[in-house]
Design a protein around this ligand. Structure first.
Ligand SMILES: [Zn+2]
Length: 382
């Protein structure tokens, strides 16, 4: 894998230089990148290539968690919190960092022109994108984390209407232009429903001279919405220059891992998997299809009863590593307790491990439980 990554890294540099000469509009930004090239283009690649340190651990789901905490409106799910309550974003970054996340992902998910227009904040677009990267960088520097810029599906793309491709490209170009100026180590393009839209992201990221991690949203049984099998789509993304490919969101561990095994077989580059921590199964393979006992749709704000325990997510992390996954993470629904359990399942001790469970010190579960407490325990077990 090392040689493969090194080769792709070289490709990124070449394309970056080519782009700066060819496109005046982005030349300035690409020039900025090349000054930092040694740092920004090598770190995620180096970490992935360092087999001794195990998989890179990712942590996402910022939008769901900050919605739960009362800082984001469910429905539009636009991350206005970045400007309105930056401390809330810092805090969640810090919780994931302490739990062992190797990457702080800038909260620019849905912070694109189309979505901000929906909530009447188009004027805040640039400030929101820049601030999100600054917050991620600030907390990343408290540990040893990388900073990822972030773009996602736009809802503007239509494979049958080529003009929409230009709209998407313009959105990605402006968002990532600001991210590059604020300083990101690589870019995650995620929850892609269409291979066509993901390829636009690869092109824009590549032109900025940054490593690209591109993951598809596996909402359908076995293929993207424009008709490519997930493994085939990943193979094409890798061939077009994505350094890391895979799946994120929508599926829980049980229904995500079989698809990932196929992707691992199909590509030589690094593979990423970031499931939601919900108990999806054959009957309801995605969180969108989960139903409560009375038949109501649980997605997106009544999923609590389907939430995986930390132990289930720890098991997932170990299984993903077994499959040869290079970037193991978690998406919507994630809590820091999940991330810490995943880190520890991967053999790490992280800052939050200081407070990892010690049930041997629990008054009821300790070996030398007092006689009066043992009586309580009897009632708990009845
Ligand atoms: Zn998600």
């Amino acid at each position: 894998m090392l040689a493969q990554l090194a080769l792709q890294q070289g490709t990124v540099y070449d394309i970056g230089r080519f782009t700066s000469a060819r496109f005046g509009g982005v030349a300035e930004r690409v020039g900025f990148v090349s000054e930092l090239e040694g740092r920004v283009s090598s770190s995620i690649v180096d970490r992935l290539a360092d087999q001794g340190s195990g998989p890179v651990l990712g942590a996402e789901g910022y939008v769901f968690e900050l919605e739960r905490r009362g800082y984001i409106k469910a429905g539009p799910f636009v991350p206005e919190v970045v400007l309105d309550y930056p401390d809330a974003v810092r805090e969640l970054h810090r919780e994931f960092l302490r739990a062992g996340a190797d990457v702080m992902v800038a909260l620019t998910y849905y912070a694109h022109r189309e979505k901000l227009r929906d909530v009447g904040r188009e004027g805040d677009l640039e400030a929101m994108n820049r601030q999100a990267v600054r917050l991620a960088r600030e907390v990343a520097s408290e540990g040893d984390a990388l900073v990822a810029g972030n773009v996602c599906n736009t809802w503007a793309y239509d494979p049958d209407d080529p003009a929409t491709g230009q709209t998407v490209r313009a959105m990605y170009t402006e968002q990532l232009g600001w991210a590059v100026e604020e300083g990101v180590d690589f870019v995650i393009s995620e929850t892609n429903d269409y291979l066509g839209e993901a390829l636009i992201a690869v092109e824009v990221i590549r032109d900025l001279g940054l490593p690209a991690m591109v993951t598809l949203a596996p909402t359908q049984p076995d293929q993207t919405r424009d008709g490519y099998g997930y493994a085939e789509a990943c193979r094409i993304l890798a061939a077009e220059g994505a350094q890391i490919v895979g799946l994120n969101c929508d599926r829980g561990p049980l229904t995500m891992l079989p698809l990932v095994a196929d992707i691992r077989e199909a590509v030589d580059c690094a593979v990423a998997v970031q499931p939601v921590p919900y108990r999806t199964d054959a009957a309801a393979p995605t969180m969108e299809t989960l139903r409560s006992a009375d038949g109501d749709r649980a997605f997106p704000i009544a999923l609590d009863s389907f939430t995986c325990t930390r132990f289930e997510m720890a098991q997932f992390a170990a299984q993903a590593r077994e499959l040869g996954v290079d970037y193991v993470g978690i998406c919507c629904g994630a809590g820091p307790h999940h991330v810490r359990a995943m880190a520890e399942a991967l053999g790490r001790e992280v800052p939050a491990s200081k407070y990892s469970p010690s049930m041997d010190l629990h008054p009821m579960f300790r070996a030398d439980v007092a006689a009066k407490d043992a009586a309580f325990l009897h009632s708990w077990s009845a």
